[in-house]
Design a protein around this ligand. Sequence first.
Ligand code: AMP
Ligand code: MG
Length: 487
Amino acid sequence: MNAPSETLFFQSETPFIQLSQPFVEKVTTQPLPQPYWITWNSRLAQSLHLSLTPTHQWLNVCAGHIDQAWCSVYSGHQFGVWAGQLGDGRAHLLGSVQGAQGHPLEIQIKGAGLTPFSRMGDGRAVLRSSIREYLASEAMAALHIPTTRALALVGSNLTVRRERLETAAVLTRLAPSFIRFGHLEHFAHRGRMAELVKLLDFVIQHHYPQVLDSDTPYIDLFEQIVSHTARLMAQWQAVGFCHGVMNTDNMSVLGITLDYGPFGFLDHFDWQHRCNHTDQQGRYAYDQQPQAGYWNCAALASAFWPLIADENLLADRLERFHERYQWSYLQLFRKKLGLRQEQKDDATLIKDLLDSLHAHQVDFTLFFRLLSDLTLARPELDSSLFAPLNRSISLFNLWLARYRQRLHQEESIDHLRQPQMKRTNPRFILRNYLAQQAIEQSMEGDFTMVKELKSVLDTPFDEHPEHEDWAALPPSWASEISVSCSS
Ligand code: AMP
Ligand code: MG
């Protein structure tokens, strides 16, 4: 079919496509046969002035019916080991749309067939993982965490083999750029300096113009990426998000959450929580994420190395990760606790709380949401307040007494602190079991839950009384769900 690209989005004006070879290759797609709508994100579409309703034109595009598409080459470190060339094995870049802030957003479809970088893969994505990415990326956006966005989800009866036979889907996702650490590593590792410089200049020009006039643009760019990554790690920790596959090919140079695979949000708080069951060493466990983010920045530093005369300068900028992470982490957790002032013992107050949540397997999201309703002068109300946690309040008495004292010190006022905390501590997150239920219903051809869940997760700080059960403790079978890399 003829691409309706002129009317729907721009191809020739997409800067990354203009970069051309060897960065991007023109490819053809293998559209999903007999595609049908699973869902169209009309909320996102509206903010981008795209069609409010799912049109036939978009169905075709989102299924891969397009004359031209592009994919890009990257490499990366996977689980700490250099993996060599990877690349867009099942993601096709179509072009771009005008973003809400005036900056273009690239459109990728994921699962529309083989590319030159598919290696052993089939170029497809299964319905299960596509639903998870759709819901998670939109949930993260609503939690104000930088992320790729999801515009549409299209299904088909085409079968694909994973551990078992499943059906295929295509996710349409958007981002200002999908450039990964691995894109830079690719050219650096091969000693292709002219291309590395071209790519770095591209990233600066289009995504970090603030360093354009610097005397040391590459060092400053590196520092920006380190800083954005550190901030993102703190945001993940504060909302209990585990990525699961933090390889350098899944790390965005913009510091946005990218490539949702075996991710998971914490139910009960567990420092060592592993959402990816193939990660046997726990390299990407919850408490390892900041360190993994730093490690990835160190790997990225090697890509900058040949261009920087003073290696100490690069090492110095890398080390700023820790300070930036710690600052963001404390800032986010202070906000979660409704603290306006900074005090030197705050880190201990936070750590002691989390240790206690860990020791008693307390639900992370629910705890902070209930804490948002704490009445400063009425400790006797605590036991009914925290009753939904299904834990004895005596476990927290000591900590709550310290917390109250801390609130008193800054003369905290209930009716000001409570709403602010409720805008910070979500009532709804994409719990694994909810995603699972939505997937199981979708496999039966019923997409209602995908849409309803998405709509609740769009405003996760609101009450949504009709979906009260989604905010409650997860059912006991939730901990049995096992998520692997297969997608
Ligand atoms: P991931 O672990 O999903 O980040 O993927 C790592 C690499 O494998 C990337 O180059 C992907 O494009 C590629 N890949 C993953 N799944 C497939 C698939 N089904 N077909 C082709 N390439 C894939
Ligand atoms: Mg990936």
